[in-house]
Design a binder for this molecule. Sequence first.
Ligand code: NAD
Ligand code: DAU
Length: 354
Amino acid sequence: MTSIAQRVLVTGGAGFIGSAVVRRLVRQGRQVLTYDKLTYAGNLASLAEVHNLPGHSFLQADICDGRAFREALESFRPDLVMHLAAESHVDRSIDGPGDFIATNIVGTYTLLDEALRYWRGLDAAAQKRFRFHHISTDEVFGTLGEDGLFREDTPYQPNSPYSASKAASDHLVRAWFHTYGLPVVMSNCSNNYGPYHFPEKLIPLTILNALEGAPLPVYGKGENVRDWLYVEDHAAALELIATRGRLGESYNVGGSNERRNIDVVRTICAIMDRVVPDAKIGPRDALIRFVTDRPGHDARYAIDASKLKTELGWVPEHDFESGIEKTVRWYLDNAAWWEPLKARYNRARLGVAK
Ligand code: NAD
Ligand code: DAU
């Protein structure tokens, strides 16, 4: 454990990636404040392992509420803010971009404004220690053709309301570093998967539908490629970037696990046929349905993570095969986590622009 970043405020800490970060930091003995509005995607059950430990506290608050964030900074006195709170689902951003503009852009601006005020009020030693880590996505870079990888200097070309809102937030963070000197680090990651993933996203949706024998929707021809990273490997990368990354720099994070969507879905079907065969359902790949494509669907994402590996020594522990097997088994063993989510989302199709 490093001696820096003993007090960490994590926005979005009740979400998928945020909760993995919080669980990791609390296990390490750091003091963590989870700051989360608890939208449909936020879930305190994802923090059950650490929720009542002395190292963890929780505040239900909106990142657009500057006063609430100011009070949280003043009372908790963090030396690190890790900002993960966001509206995160591309399909929902197509149906309703307003929440994405509010949370991802205005919310990030609000945090920067208050973090700058807080940082300016710290003594010199505390100012030197303080960092604001903005967590973002590879979707800001747009889409790749058959070749090439996203690097940190790839031009931004976001294509969905979600990615445009994240791109805007990245630019704001960068501006607060260059203009006001706020000590920031940034990271852009590829698709995460693993435990506690809300079942609106491809992998958990496929696992739960396959378990019930329900249709498995694959957008378009299923040929779009994503670069999959196991969520706990991302959490480890985020800890390194937050504590050791160079100020003002951004780091790309990705698992070098490019897969076509149709192959991801078929892999899940094969694991489930082996682990939970069901004679009534039969072979699960017969449940696959090619459905109307996502509007503006990016063809391919793939990350060059060599900066993170070379500078900070990050090495992911999971490849896609080990990670997906672990993930399927986690969902099979943790119905108590996902059953209650049916009341929030019934797995109906989202994001078909009218
Ligand atoms: P998620 O949707 O699972 O969780 C988001 C969390 O933020 C939830 O707990 C929600 O309650 C909270 N939140 C939303 N609006 C809020 C607000 N206004 N105020 C306070 N809290 C609010 O998202 P995730 O998949 O864990 O993503 C976390 C971050 O990582 C996001 O910034 C996302 O853009 C980024 N990211 C995600 C992925 C991925 O594959 N999931 C990949 C790269 C980057
Ligand atoms: O690349 C990082 C991004 O990955 C993050 O910034 C986002 O927050 C995160 O949600 C994820 O975005 P995607 O749109 O890639 O994830 P999703 O799971 O929604 O979709 C993955 C791929 O699968 C995508 O090409 C669309 C497709 N898809 C998705 C769903 C939900 C289907 O074919 N069928 C589906 O039912």
